[in-house]
Design a binder for this molecule. Structure first.
Ligand code: GLA
Length: 383
């Protein structure tokens, strides 16, 4: 996100400089996929790509916002929220969630732009939600509590827009720490920054495969996990979610589950264990071990959870062939992006080699960029 472009566009439209820029980052998830809605563990990091809003307060209760990415202006009253779809749905959804939680909001106007690829599984929607929440919090004088704001943004997405996502994307956008991935426990929302070793870089590999089935299949996976818990409960009383089931306990009671449900559950319980192992590997700077765990996560997502696809599998295979320590799909799957864990000095070359080979073999317009762990949603003061 270029602050110069935002402030210059703001100046063109309003003939003065913006009061502030509210910005919030997209994310990749290093490991811990499809675990958040199972009360489990994950290790995402905010990336150095973000959605930004240059803005100034208004004296009334209207919001007027121009999106440079969608070439569209929305203008609405905080007393008449109606849009549930598209980017306007995210903006109004956040206003709804904040007001529904009892916050008194003021109006504002501004310009929004982002460089988080849209629809690629890097959480451009969570970034939009958190940037909008930051904007409202600033003009309305609300205290900024990252967890509370992440929960409100998730509520906007679940109940206003109608996407049944977990908490990971909003929480990492709200609470990311520069130079660190964030260990998250989705049950109590506790977070623990895990420093990213200096010698490592993450290469984001966009498959350019649209995530069309993502919504339906995502909800189906969630339902299958809940089904597994219901079927295991008679044997394991006290379990509330797959987070409470160890890999050994699952094996001991696998006869209670139909084969597909067993495989879905096996992904979740082994993935939770891999997150803990990954935190340990990061702590000791053992990137080869982290790479292995990422590959095991990908295999589990491919074979047990069935959310990969030939293109994501190919990106992972090419990344390993090019010399990455490890690689895996990131986010919900069904298209979108893979990530590769690379030595800093090799990251650019790996990005080029993998995407060159991928585009040549698939005829798709995939692309790659190297990223580092970035900070959380913030308000930047323009002076
Ligand atoms: C999407 C959802 C997250 C999480 C991931 C899978 O990104 O928004 O809550 O469930 O998929 O790990």
């Amino acid at each position: 996100m270029s602050t110069e472009r935002l402030t210059a566009t703001f100046f063109d439209r309003f003939r003065e400089w913006p009061a502030v820029i509210a910005r919030a980052p997209g994310r990749v998830n290093l490991i811990g996929e499809h675990t958040d809605y199972n009360d489990g563990f994950m290790l995402p990091m905010a990336i150095d790509r973000a959605v930004g809003i240059a803005l100034r307060p208004r004296p009334d209760r209207r919001v007027r916002l121009h999106s440079l990415d969608f070439h569209e202006t929305i203008d609405f009253s905080l007393d008449a929220l109606t849009a549930h779809e598209g980017w306007a749905g995210y903006v109004q959804g956040v206003a709804w969630a904040l007001q529904d939680a009892g916050h008194a909001l003021r109006g504002w106007e501004g310009v929004m732009a982002g460089d988080v690829p849209i629809g690629a599984g890097l959480s451009s929607s969570a970034a939009t939600e958190l940037a909008v929440a930051r904007a409202f919090a600033h003009v309305s004088g609300l205290p900024w509590d990252p967890k509370a704001m992440a929960l409100l943004a998730q509520r906007a997405e679940n109940q206003w827009v109608g996407v049944n996502c977990g908490i990971m994307d909003q929480l990492i956008s709200a609470a990311g720490v520069a130079g660190h991935a964030l260990f998250i426990d989705a049950r109590d929302l506790s977070v623990e920054p895990a420093p990213m070793p200096e010698q490592a870089r993450i290469v984001v590999l966009d498959s350019a495969v649209p995530r069309t089935l993502a919504g339906t299949a995502y909800n189906q996976r969630r339902a299958q996990c809940e089904d597994a818990v219901r079927r295991l409960q008679p044997a394991l009383p006290g379990i509330k979610a797959l987070r409470d089931v160890s890999p050994d306990a699952l094996e001991a009671h696998r006869d209670l589950l139909p084969p597909v449900i067993y495989r879905r559950a096996r992904h979740v319980v082994t993935e939770n264990a891999r997150v803990w192992a990954s935190v340990e590997a990061m702590g000791s700077g053992d990137m080869a071990r982290l790479g292995e765990l990422m590959l095991a996560s990908h295999a589990s997502l491919r074979d047990d959870y069935a959310v990969s696809g030939p293109e994501l599998d190919l990106l992972v295979e090419l990344a390993v062939h090019a010399g990455a320590w490890g690689a895996r799909l990131t986010g919900a799957g069904f298209g979108g992006c893979a990530i590769a864990l690379c030595r800093a000095e090799e990251a650019d070359a790996i990005a080029r080699e993998v995407i060159g080979a991928y585009n040549g073999r698939t005829g798709r317009a995939g692309y790659a960029f190297v990223t580092s762990p970035a900070a959380d949603a913030q308000v930047l003061f323009v002076v």
